[in-house]
Structures are given as structure tokens and as C-alpha cells.
Design a protein around this ligand. Structure first.
Ligand code: ZN
Length: 106
């Protein structure tokens, strides 16, 4: 498997994988993008269980407004809400929004 760099949950110091961030918080961009959508960036603070290194990374990005909601995470981009018919054909499926995925789990 090719290794992707800049994974938010991989220690930049030793490369160990971290299960989940210690905490997460949201940064809301005050300016809408070209589609009139607001971008909410979900930040996470991580601590490496292996070497103790701490860092912050972008966990996911949520774009709300316009034609729906887009959630950009490490598994790709998920789209929610109303979509244009042509988009739906391309996507093939609609994935339900699971906020537990973005927020802290359990
Ligand atoms: Zn580490």
C-alpha cells in the first residue's frame, strides 16, 4: 500500500498511528466559498502513544450551504443534503451524515 503523507492521525515524529484525537474543535471560516458555502474545519489535537509527541491536525472539513453539505475527511468527501440529479448519478450513492464520525467518538 502506498503511504500517504499528512495523515492527521499519524505521528509526524515516529509514524505511529493514533486511534483518535485527544480533543477536537471546529474552526468556522467567515467567508463563503465560490459556491456560497461556509467551510467548517474540524481540528484535532493528538498525542502519540508511542513517543509522546503532540501535534494538531485537520481532522475533516465540512462545507455547508449551497446545494447541501460536504464532509471532507480522511476517507474522502461525503456529500449530504439536496443534490443536483447529475451529481447524484456520479456519486451513485448517498451516505448518511454521522456526526459521531467527526466529533469525538463515544
Ligand atoms: Zn510518535
Amino acid at each position: 500500500m502506498p503511504k500517504k503523507q499528512k495523515e492527521p492521525d499519524v505521528c509526524p515524529n515516529c509514524g505511529a498511528k493514533v486511534d483518535k484525537p485527544l480533543k477536537t474543535w471546529n474552526l468556522v471560516s467567515p467567508l463563503p466559498d465560490a459556491y456560497g458555502r461556509i467551510t467548517i474545519t474540524v481540528m484535532g489535537s493528538y498525542e502519540c502513544p508511542n513517543c509522546g509527541h503532540r501535534w494538531r491536525a485537520v481532522v475533516s472539513k465540512i462545507r455547508a450551504g449551497g446545494t447541501g453539505v460536504e464532509v471532507e475527511g480522511k476517507k474522502g468527501v461525503k456529500k449530504f443534503g439536496e443534490q443536483k440529479a447529475e451529481q447524484r448519478e456520479e456519486e451513485g450513492e448517498i451516505i448518511e451524515l454521522d456526526l459521531g464520525d467527526i466529533d469525538e467518538e463515544e
